[in-house]
Design a protein around this ligand. Structure first.
Ligand code: ADP
Ligand code: MG
Length: 252
C-alpha cells in the first residue's frame, strides 16, 4: 500500500461471459468522499462493474482495490472467503429490488449483520439500528415487517441496513428504478443526505437530474467501456463523445 493510493481503484477490469465481453478493460478511480454516478444504456455493464467491486461478479481480468487493499485477490478458497467477507463488510450495497429479509422485522433486518459479523450485543445492535433508522426517517417502523412497508420505505430500510455495518463505500444500483414515481424523492433525499455527509458513493442511475444535482462526477458507459466522464456540468451540458450525446438526447 502506498500513501498515495486511490480510495477505489479499478485497474483494467475485464469481464466476459463466454464470447460476450461485458467489461472491456475498464480503469477508474474514486476518491474518498467522492460521489460518482454511472449512467449508460441498458446492457452496458454498469451492474456488472458495480458487482465486481465487491466481487459478487468475479472479473475475468484486472484488479479492484479499496483503500489500499486488493479485493479480488487470488487466494486459496478458505483464505479468500475470510478475506472477501472482511472486504464486503466495508462496502454497503443497495439494489433495485429491495432485498430485505421478508420474515424479519425492520429491526432484525438492520441488526442481523452487525450482530452476526461484528459480534455486537443485542443492546448495541438495537442502538445502532435505532440511530440508522432514525437517519433514514424509518424509526417509527422499527417493529414492522417488510410486507407492511411501501417500496420507498423498504429502500430506506435497505439503506439503513447497509449503513449499520458502517461501510467505507456505498454502492447503489438503480435504487429508485423499481419505485413508483411519488416514492423516488424520499429515497433520493436519503442519498442526498449521505452525500452531504461525504459518504463515498458510486451510484448507477437513470435519473439524470439526481446525478446532476448530487454527484461530483458522471461516468458514461456504453458497451463495456467508459466512453466519457467528468463533472455533471460538462458531461450533461457539453459532452464530447457522439455516443454520450445520443444517449443524453434520449434521456435528458
Ligand atoms: P447494465 O447494468 O448496464 O444494464 P449489466 O452489467 O447488467 O448491464 O449487463 C451487461 C451485459 O452482460 C448484458 O449484455 C447482459 O446480458 C450480460 N450479462 C449479465 N449477467 C450475465 C450472466 N450471468 N450471464 C451472461 N451474460 C450476462
Ligand atoms: Mg444494471
Amino acid at each position: 500500500m502506498t500513501e498515495a493510493h486511490k480510495f477505489v481503484d479499478i485497474r483494467h477490469a475485464q469481464k466476459a461471459y463466454g464470447d460476450l465481453e461485458v467489461l472491456k478493460d475498464i480503469s477508474l478511480t474514486v476518491d474518498r468522499g467522492e460521489i460518482v454516478a454511472i449512467i449508460g444504456p441498458s446492457g452496458s455493464g454498469k451492474s456488472t462493474l458495480l458487482r465486481a467491486i465487491n466481487d459478487l461478479d468475479s472479473l475475468t481480468g484486472g484488479e479492484v482495490w479499496l483503500d489500499g487493499v486488493q479485493i479480488n485477490k487470488d487466494l486459496p478458497y478458505r483464505q479468500y472467503e475470510k478475506h472477501i467477507n472482511a472486504m464486503r463488510q466495508q462496502v454497503g450495497m443497495v439494489f433495485q429490488h429491495f432485498n430485505l429479509f421478508p420474515h424479519l422485522s425492520v429491526r432484525d433486518n438492520v441488526t442481523m449483520a452487525p450482530k452476526l459479523l461484528k459480534g455486537l450485543s443485542d443492546k448495541e445492535a438495537d442502538k445502532l439500528a435505532e440511530e440508522q433508522l432514525n437517519h433514514v426517517g424509518m424509526l417509527e417502523r422499527i417493529d414492522y415487517y417488510p410486507s407492511q412497508l411501501s417500496g420507498g420505505q423498504k429502500q430506506r430500510v435497505a439503506i439503513a441496513r447497509a449503513l449499520a455495518m458502517q461501510p467505507k463505500l456505498m454502492l447503489f444500483d438503480e435504487a429508485t428504478s423499481a419505485l413508483d414515481p411519488e416514492l423516488v424523492e424520499e429515497v433520493n433525499l436519503v442519498m442526498k443526505r449521505l452525500a452531504e455527509e461525504h459518504m463515498t458513493m458510486i451510484i448507477v442511475t437513470h435519473e439524470m437530474d439526481f446525478a446532476a444535482s448530487v454527484c461530483d462526477r458522471v461516468i458514461f458507459m456504453d458497451k463495456g467501456v467508459v466512453v466519457e466522464q467528468g463533472p455533471p456540468s460538462v458531461v450533461f451540458q457539453n459532452p464530447t463523445e457522439e455516443r454520450t450525446k445520443e444517449f443524453l438526447r434520449k434521456h435528458l
